[in-house]
Design a protein around this ligand. Sequence first.
Ligand code: NDP
Length: 444
Amino acid sequence: MSYVDEVLAAVKMKNAHEPEFLQAVTEVLESIRAVVDANEEKYRKVALLERLVEPDRIITFRVPWTDDKGEVHVQRGYRVQFNNAIGPYKGGLRFHPSVYQGILKFLGFEQVFKNALTTLPIGGGKGGSDFDPHGKSDAEVMRFCQAFMTELYKYVGADIDVPAGDIGVGGREVGYLFGQYKRITNSYEGMLTGKGLTFGGSLIRTQATGYGLLYHTEEILRLNGQKLEGATCVVSGAGNVAIYAIEKAQQLGAKVVTCSDSTGWIYDPDGIDVAVLKEVKEVMRARLTEYKAARPNAEYHEGKGVWTVKCDYAFPCATQNELDIEDAKALAANGCKGVFEGANMPTTLEATTYIQKNGMLFTPGKASNAGGVATSALEMSQNSERLSWSAEEVDAKLKSIMYGIADTIASAAERYGMKGNYVAGANIAGFEKVAEAMIAQGVY
Ligand code: NDP
């Protein structure tokens, strides 16, 4: 049995109850097979793969909080510190009822490779809670965040582990979390990113994942003789990533006709009005039915359906496994030429394979959505030097990082005879960097 197959078999046995983690590990190990085969003895000697698939540590804790009626609730909190071979653990916090250890292990594992691709000195981690911020008052969200940080503060720090936002954790939550860390530790340090601009946040961080996704897409399209200008695009999600992906796609001359949330989706033939979308989602925190109310020409549909709309390019920006094989077939039938992941692992393995085999371009989230964490690392740099860079400076750095990632994954795929397979390219390039750092630092 090959080294990859041995490790995959062991991972499947030990983590049978964590399907998302198995999916992520399978995708990565399958696509780095050629590299592992070429270096088998060297990697086996130090149990490199076995160490790579096991988090450094997982911290779980109780989070008791009191609602506005005085009732006490108990949530579960987590931080998965996956790998710090190339820098302090870095990765977001997710507050969503679906959160459990397996989701955070998958996200933490992906983060290790993504962070390596940014070229910046950051390791991989992820955390969160099964708390659902939907329908909670600001005061309830604040009390929850304070309770969460009251335990998490023991394990994080500017040179140890630097969390950020993710699903359900935006600027409001990061502010409350930062305030509690400062209060408990009596120290003012850049131990969280995505902070408000008045207390150490970086310009462009809010926009970074969505903007970065489009910069990355621009470069991949250029490498393939295609362009965004004049293209029709579909986007799923209506959160942080989706909103700024839509905004940048439109700035680059594309027309985006859809967005979605967990209850329904919008088709706007005139192109999504980003100002209205921001008002509905960032200010009112309301459902997309409010978007329809403000844009009578748009259609609102319950459930899922974005991938049935005719488009040139598709951007899944909501959540994991939201684009399955049927969706991939619908996209292909409608002439879609490329899928670029804004969310983490939004495309199932089966759908990914179908997309690649049917001649569409495909880039994995760990490459195409790395702009968020890259800009978080730029926020860390600004905090360390106690300076703030201009929006132009941060945006230029983001663009150059995203172009760089596109070129790196394209050339890594080519080096191993898999031209155009950006999944393999991303995994190989990320893996090579982390593997070298792990080997250099000895067995630990
Ligand atoms: P937000 O919470 O801001 O938005 C998430 C969006 O997806 C919302 O519109 C939400 O709908 C929808 N959604 C969430 N869960 C589901 C579900 N189970 N089914 C259908 N729709 C769902 O999160 P982000 O935009 O920050 O994150 C989106 C994705 O991007 C995630 O995969 C995240 O890990 C990834 N990502 C985020 C980064 C960032 O910087 N924020 C960086 C890199 C990756 P509703 O409004 O109804 O909740």
